[in-house]
Design a protein around this ligand. Structure first.
Ligand code: ZN
Length: 135
C-alpha cells in the first residue's frame, strides 16, 4: 500500500462555531469553510496545516456517529486519515491481512474524496481513515 501523507486529523466537537476560534484566532490557521456530508450526518470544517489539515466534525443529528462518539468519549481527537494513491487496492490488501474494516468499499467523504474507515480493534484503538483525492 502506498501512503502519501497524513491527509488530516479528525476532531469531534459539539459546535464548529464555538470550536473553531482556537484554530483560527489562537493558532492562526486559515478557515476553509464548512461542508455537510448528509450520509455521515456530519458537518466538517477544514483548516489547512502545511501538507495536511485539521478537520473539525460536528454532528448534524443527535444519533449521528460523531454525536455518539462525543457521548461516549467526549470532544477530542477522533480519527487520523492517511492519503493513499489507490483506496480500492489498499482495502483489498488490508482485507487480505485480515484487518477489520468498517467500510469494505469506499464511500464519499468531504471534498469529493473517497474514504474508508478501518476498525479500531485492528489498529490498537485508533480510528484510521483512508482517503483518496483526485487532485
Ligand atoms: Zn476524516
Amino acid at each position: 500500500m502506498e501512503i502519501e501523507k497524513i491527509d488530516h486529523l479528525g476532531i469531534a466537537v459539539n459546535s464548529i462555531e464555538q470550536g473553531k476560534n482556537f484554530w483560527t484566532d489562537v493558532l492562526g490557521l486559515e478557515f476553509d469553510g464548512t461542508e455537510t456530508v448528509e450520509e455521515q450526518k456530519v458537518t466538517t470544517a477544514f483548516f489547512p496545516v502545511g501538507e495536511s489539515e485539521v478537520e473539525l466534525l460536528e454532528s448534524t443529528t443527535p444519533d449521528g456517529p460523531v454525536a455518539k462518539y462525543i457521548e461516549k468519549k467526549g470532544q477530542g481527537m477522533q480519527h487520523i486519515a492517511f492519503r493513499v494513491k489507490d483506496i480500492d487496492a489498499a482495502l483489498k490488501e488490508l482485507k487480505e491481512k485480515e484487518i477489520a474494516l468498517i467500510d469494505e468499499t469506499p464511500r464519499k467523504g468531504a471534498g469529493g474524496a473517497k474514504i474508508a474507515f478501518l476498525h479500531p480493534k485492528s489498529t490498537a484503538g485508533v480510528l484510521v481513515e483512508l482517503c483518496q483525492r483526485d487532485d
